[in-house]
Design a protein around this ligand. Structure first.
Ligand code: TYD
Ligand code: MG
Length: 455
């Protein structure tokens, strides 16, 4: 009989090999391979084409139960979830330490409990007393939540088995959970996977909405188990700069709704406050127009958000290598824009230090930001302030063309509503759509002329 093969699983990315190595071949991490129980030889010894039960096929249009979602009590949380908690679903909530995951989930738990549903909150990281203290600070101490500090999945499931299944079960965090069916310390891939598997099975069988808190590694993926992302129905990430007040809740995967909606919160003295209308949020504190500042109407899902892009250009006297630094935008993309400005518009940044910053700790991923960044850079280079009531959007190609982007109408209408009556963007359908004045810029040199040409 063939000897069962030993498996080694990477504790960082979950990939499996049959040979021990110092470095994982998939993710490149060192010393992360750990031995796992050997694969069964069942499949190699048995023919699987007979002896099973027949599976019944169903048509796609068979009547099914309607999804009844439960509100989390926080409209922004519901929005990011695609309308609320789905019973029997598993949600993975990732985020940097200290960003406010426990605070958000405690607030949501309290609201769900106050609405009359049963909520179980299991804290594996903090003692029950600490959670209670936080609840007191948030003014939620009266909420009828069943709170426990526990890390053994067997204890948790045994306890839940003796009571009515809760409507919401929060596990904070999955990395602290321990299943005694498997060897290994909490936090390893096999432990996290086994614990999550048992908890998710409980949730599916009992119609409980399950929220698993997951830690995030330096590079932003949910620590250890990428496998976890495949096991759950919804993956959410809670983001923001810790030094800034604003937090964004994003769904990265959602089996029950769209993934481009965000929830916006502000971390305040008494917990997370919802920000229902975020469009002006990242603009607050703007004073007189100064050179190097451009306003960009970004899209977050279906909502426009106006953000301020700041550029600073410092000419170097000596021949030292100038620095380029970007906060909140893609480094490579700025290098590309600088190259296009040099090659197509004849500007010279070679002896200048270039700094780019997106105000308010916001992270821009929208490709339409190119034109606004270019406007900020040109404005900083020429030391000419842009009109205070102008917004800029459009994608810039390597040839220097300004390309159309999605949702031009929504961007323009929102900007106009907030007093930005001049919009500059790509030619095309956008020009007829929306309010205020629209300036078509078909090539990047048009932008440079417009900013530097006006005396
Ligand atoms: P926490 O929810 O513990 O973060 P996580 O669970 O993601 O690690 O939030 C911790 C931070 O939030 C902490 O640094 C302090 C801040 N905070 C406030 O500013 N106001 C509050 O009311 C609370 C409860 C926390
Ligand atoms: Mg926490």
């Amino acid at each position: 009989m063939a000897k069962p093969k030993t498996r080694y699983a990477c504790q960082a990315c979950g990939s499996v090999t049959h040979r021990w190595q110092g470095q994982c071949a998939d993710c490149g991490e060192w010393n992360t391979l750990a031995e796992e129980a050997p694969a069964t030889v069942f499949s190699s010894k048995h023919d699987l084409t007979s002896g099973g039960r027949r599976v019944a096929f169903e048509p796609l249009d068979a009547p099914s139960e309607r999804l009844v979602r439960r509100s989390t009590g926080l409209a922004e949380f519901d929005r990011a979830l695609g309308g609320g908690l789905v019973p029997g679903s598993a949600i993975l909530m990732g985020g940097d330490p200290g960003i406010g995951k426990s605070t958000l989930l405690l607030q949501a738990s309290a609201a769900v409990a106050k609405a009359g549903a049963s909520v179980v909150y299991i804290s594996g990281e903090e003692a029950a007393g600490q959670v209670r203290l936080r609840a007191e600070r948030l003014g939620l101490a009266g909420a009828p939540i069943s709170l426990a500090a526990a890390t053994s999945v067997r204890d948790i499931l045994t306890t839940l088995g003796t009571m009515e299944p809760p409507a919401l079960l929060v596990i904070d965090s999955i990395q602290t959970m321990h299943s005694d069916q498997i060897e290994g310390a909490p936090g390893t891939v096999s432990q996290v996977r086994a614990s999550a598997f048992e908890l998710i099975r409980f949730a599916k069988e009992n119609g409980t909405a399950l929220v698993l808190v997951g830690h995030v590694t330096k590079d932003g993926s949910i620590a250890g188990p990428r496998v976890l992302e495949h096991m759950v129905d919804v993956v959410m990430s809670f983001e923001g700069e810790r030094s800034h007040q604003y937090r964004i809740l994003r769904s990265l995967k959602n089996r029950f709704g769209p993934v481009d909606e965000i929830g916006v919160f502000a971390m305040e003295g008494a917990g997370l406050a919802e920000v229902a209308n975020p469009s002006m949020l990242f603009l607050s504190g703007r004073s007189e127009p100064i050179a190097g500042s451009a306003v960009f109407p970004a899209m977050e899902g279906t909502r426009p958000v106006l953000v301020e892009i700041q550029a600073l250009i410092v000419r170097l006297q000596s021949g030292a290598t100038p620095r380029r630094a970007v906060v909140g935008w893609d480094n490579g993309r700025m290098a590309m824009l600088l190259a296009v400005l040099e090659a197509r518009c004849g500007l010279n940044f070679s002896s200048c230090e270039v700094y780019l910053n997106i105000a308010g700790g916001y992270r821009l991923a929208d490709p339409a930001a190119d034109l606004a960044v270019a406007a900020a850079l040109v404005s900083a280079l020429g030391d000419k302030a842009l009109p205070a009531n102008a917004v800029w959007f459009g994608e810039v190609s390597l040839a220097g063309e300004v390309r159309p982007v999605a949702h031009a109408g929504i961007r323009r209408r929102e900007a106009a509503k907030l007093g930005f009556t001049i919009a500059c963007g790509p030619p095309g359908p956008a020009s007829g759509d929306g309010e205020g004045r629209y300036t078509e810029l078909s090539m990047l040199p048009n932008l440079v002329d417009r900013i530097l040409g006006e005396a």
